[in-house]
Design a protein around this ligand. Structure first.
Ligand code: XMP
Length: 498
């Protein structure tokens, strides 16, 4: 993955083919990014997707215009077949049916076919939804083959890579594991030591297990219990990581410190800052302790490395043609904040997407429950308790969340739902319990389905399920009198409530 402005003369390797991806610009705009024209001298196959198609057309005669309307959503693509003499231009859709469902998202369109290009596919709204050069292995498609809403999109990408570029599909998880373990061993050396924070989430656990496989106890995992993790989380994470996965783990119970600093704070961003800064402080102190102890072990050297669970989407975010994006998540920046330790970063997951991290986790023997866990935010339950975070509020939110998640699991819905939790609202409501009138707290349940967490839809539970969860929470969690279900999509809502 390189920025589109990459100078072809400075390519670090000779590619077998090039995919020009989509992007938010219009090729005819003054500030639009363009590829180095030398790309078209490279003599390798090119596939342009969306903006990439338009860039391809722009280079071949500037035939791109703003469309009358933005096309966004499902469309039916009709694939054109050519005569035998022109069969080579049909290779992109080899083995595919004449019609397929695709996902479109564009405002601009081709006004006219570039010279020496043929249409290879169309939709009712886009006569040039697919084009191919008659003389060179250049292809362009207006739809997005890379999204799940284009069910046969993988086949299109595979046809390009294997049929057209002649690349061999020899990447397997087993080979990745072996190569990565070897790479870590060489990088860290025979005595080098690595430290890294774990949270109980998928990414940090998989990264930690990979380090443990590579260098054993010279990897030091640290779990900071911030007092706002899920019910019983610190204990269960410790059990899984140490007993099941054999990871060298130190757990620091800093609950009192975190909750003390959160006292009286209701502003969501202030809560995030306090938790983030306190985490760095606690982790840093612990890192120094571990480094001191490590310095006394004759068979190992100093701690020189910091493990980070960076995934490929974070890397993509930083490969913008404008330079590294400013929006990389702050928790991925702890390295620079470990003052005085001058740690180098080690990022074994940086070439993987989330589904590949899960496959890697399974390959490394991490329990399925953990591999398929819903994401949990760094600031934890603190941003699910709207208003002030007190130990009593933490108890209520945790107990309600546990019941909700247990019921989701019992109903076999856990994997279908992308993220679910209980939040505690900062209001009180009236109810009758027994014969008494009570004035107590309100729990809001949230469950969403999403692919990328950028947009999300609330999960349509059946009424009996909600009834069961509500009854259990009101009966079993002291201090709760009502349960609500959040039916807001993202956007306009966010997944978390703060
Ligand atoms: P939102 O609420 O922005 O959430 O729709 C999208 C995803 O990000 C997670 N999230 C966070 N994760 N620190 C984190 O580590 C945070 O401050 C934070 N805020 C939201 C959220 O749980 C969801 O998966």
């Amino acid at each position: 993955m390189l920025p589109c402005t990459q100078k072809i003369a400075e390519l670090p390797f000779k590619p077998k083919g090039v995919i020009l991806s989509g992007g938010p610009y219009s090729v005819y705009e003054a500030n639009a990014p363009h590829v180095d024209p030398a790309l078209f001298e490279l003599g390798v196959p090119i596939l342009g997707i969306c903006y990439g198609l338009q860039e391809l057309a722009w280079h071949h005669g500037k035939n791109v215009l703003a469309g009358e309307k933005h096309e966004y959503g499902h469309a039916y693509l009709t694939i054109e077949r050519h005569s035998e003499s022109e069969e080579h231009i049909d290779r992109l859709f080899k083995g595919m049916e004449k019609e397929m469902e695709v996902w479109m998202s564009h405002g601009d369109k081709l006004s006219k076919l570039p010279d020496n290009f043929h249409p290879i596919a169309s939709t009712s709204n886009a006569p040039f939804a697919g084009i191919a050069s008659t003389s060179k292995p250049y292809f362009g498609i207006q739809f997005h083959p890379e999204v799940t809403h284009t069910p046969k999109g993988k086949q299109v990408i595979s046809n390009f890579a294997i049929e057209i570029c002649k690349a061999r599909p020899d990447w397997t998880m087993e080979k990745f594991v072996d190569k990565e373990i070897e790479r870590i061993r060489v990088m860290v050396g025979k005595k080098g030591q690595v430290i890294g924070a774990v949270s109980g989430g998928v990414d940090s656990t998989v990264a930690a297990k990979l380090m443990q496989e590579a260098i054993g106890d010279r990897f030091h995992a640290v779990l900071v219990d911030n007092g706002v993790m899920r019910l019983d989380e610190a204990r269960t994470v410790k059990e899984t990581l140490t007993q099941h996965l054999g990871i060298n783990l130190t757990v620091i119970d800093a609950s009192d410190l975190f909750l003390g600093r959160l006292k009286g704070i209701s502003d969501p961003e202030k809560k995030r800052k306090i938790i983030g800064n306190t985490f760095i402080e606690v982790f840093q102190n612990q890192a120094k302790e571990i480094a001191k102890a490590a310095a006394n072990t004759p068979q190992a050297g100093d701690i020189e490395w910091l493990l980070q669970g960076t995934l490929y989407p974070d890397v993509i975010e930083s490969v913008s043609f404008k330079g590294p994006s400013a929006t990389i998540k702050t928790h991925h920046n702890v390295g620079g904040l470990l003052e005085g330790m001058h740690l180098k970063l080690i990022e074994p997951l940086r070439e993987l997407f989330k589904d590949e991290v899960r496959a890697l986790g399974t390959n490394l023997g991490i329990p399925e429950d953990l591999v398929w866990r819903h994401p949990f935010p760094g600031p934890g339950i603190a941003i699910r308790i709207l208003g002030e975070v007190t130990p009593e509020q933490v108890r209520i939110a945790r107990e309600a969340d546990k019941i909700f998640i247990d019921e989701i699991q019992a109903a076999g819905l856990y994997r279908k739902i992308s993220q679910a939790f209980a939040a505690l609202l900062p209001v009180k409501a009236v109810g009758v319990m027994g014969d008494k009138r009570v004035h107590d707290q309100v729990i809001a349940l949230r469950a969403v389905e999403t692919i990328d967490f950028m947009t999300a839809d609330w999960y349509p539970f059946d009424g009996q399920f909600l009834k069961r969860v509500s009854r259990r929470i009101v009966n079993e969690v002291n201090g709760v009198v009502r349960v609500l279900y959040d039916v807001t999509s993202k956007p306009p809502g966010t997944i978390e409530m703060e």
